[in-house]
Design a protein around this ligand. Structure first.
Ligand SMILES: [Zn+2]
Length: 390
């Protein structure tokens, strides 16, 4: 059995605050870890020793909401695009991600589901893909953001069935204020899919009712949803106040103000915040205008950090997970000991893969990331194998 020993790391685990120590990987899994220096037998038997000189060892990042980058998108329904996106992710510490669709026709969505499903179970120098995240099409056009209003529609049982039959869906975002959409949520919930309220104009009462239909999270808190006001707390107020809701949040300091991130932390705490990137096709590309085949256009500005459509609406982000974690930890006025779950374990729980990944625990898969004090990703490990190193 192949044994790799990581030494001189600062290790973050669910059990205690971080500590200086070592971690032993046997084949694909975390076999053991501990404080200070490793037992002599582990040192003698290790085939590979990695001295990381005090870098922080965290569970690999899990990004459950991300569309594409480098000119590629999940909606290409092209294996080459998926491979390119998944390879980019590991350079930013992501070990697992959900390729995420955009609102489109039934046919385009089904094609994307089929393409993504082909990657489930595949291993290589790219992030693992447990299934697809459907962002749409069952939204409220009043909160469309960059989603295509012409294709936003109410759910039907037939279309939901077509999606479920096309492949492996791990997560879907739905506007819960329409009765048809609640019926769809029941179908997806029964199929074990994580359900999120998104691109929604729901009032507080709609959000409370949605909990009875399997909703347990919201899509990019604050963005594409009814805002908090004191007389009608809206989807944002419901997400912040109802404990059953986990909140995706884009911590690029553009989609959500630092103070708004701080409020989310105070309301939801360490176990209900799920950091996402919401990266889209032009993420990772230089500033410029990028006309799309369908006649739309993306505008990249501010050194690749702002992505908009010509109307001025935000079109998704160019954020990466390590920057999101850095921003959020600072904005929450918290420590990494408190926030590390927000970039891994909370997401794993939401999509039901936490029994095998998402935290540093004995017996879990060795899906790991090493970062330095500036949160720069130094090494990404998937199932015991280094897939990125700098
Ligand atoms: Zn999105």
């Amino acid at each position: 059995m192949r044994k790799t020993l990581i030494q001189n790391a600062r290790i973050f685990t669910p059990g205690q605050s971080s500590f200086p120590g070592w971690l032993l990987i046997e084949e694909k899994k975390i076999a053991d870890f501990g404080e200070n220096s490793a037992p002599d037998t582990y040192i003698q038997n290790a085939e590979e020793m990695i001295d990381v000189a005090g870098q922080k060892l965290l569970p690999g990042f899990i990004d459950i909401h991300t569309h594409g980058c480098l000119g590629c998108c999940t909606m290409d329904a092209d294996p080459e695009s998926i491979r390119k996106i998944a390879s980019f992710h590991v350079t930013h510490g992501v070990t697992t991600y959900l390729p995420t669709t955009m609102t489109d026709t039934t046919e385009a969505t089904v094609n994307a589901i089929r393409c993504v499903t082909e990657f489930v179970g595949k291993r290589g120098d790219f992030a693992k893909i447990p299934g697809v995240h459907l962002e749409g099409p069952f939204f409220n056009a009043a909160k469309c953001g960059a989603q295509d209003t012409a294709n936003i529609r109410r759910a039907t049982a037939e279309e939901c069935r077509a999606f479920l039959d096309a492949g492996i869906i791990k997560r879907i975002a739905i506007a819960p204020e329409f009765p048809e959409n609640l019926k769809a949520a029941d179908m997806f919930h029964e199929a074990g899919v994580s359900i999120s309220a998104g691109h929604t104009n729901a009032v507080y009462a709609d959000m409370a009712e949605a909990l009875n239909h399997g909703f347990r999270s919201v899509t990019h808190l604050y963005n594409g949803m009814s805002s908090f006001t004191h007389r009608e707390p809206g989807a944002a107020g419901a997400a912040l106040s109802l404990d059953d809701y986990s909140c995706e949040i884009i911590c690029d300091n553009i989609h959500s103000h630092p103070a708004a991130q701080n409020i989310a932390w105070r309301c939801k705490g360490a176990e209900k915040i799920v950091l996402i990137t919401d990266m889209i096709r032009p993420s990772g590309l230089p500033d410029g205008h990028y006309p799309q085949a369908d006649g739309s256009e993306f505008i990249v500005s501010h050194n690749g950090t702002e992505l908009r459509i010509p109307s001025g609406a935000l079109a998704g982000s160019a954020l990466t997970m390590e920057r999101g974690l850095k921003n959020f930890t600072a904005n929450a006025h918290a420590t990494l000991e408190e926030t590390w779950r927000c970039s891994s374990l909370n997401a794993a729980k939401l999509i039901g893969i936490d029994n095998e990944t998402g935290s540093i625990e004995k017996g879990k898969l060795a899906d790991l990331v090493l970062i330095d004090d500036e949160f720069t990703v130094k090494r990404t490990i998937i199932e015991g194998k280094t897939v990125f190193y700098q």
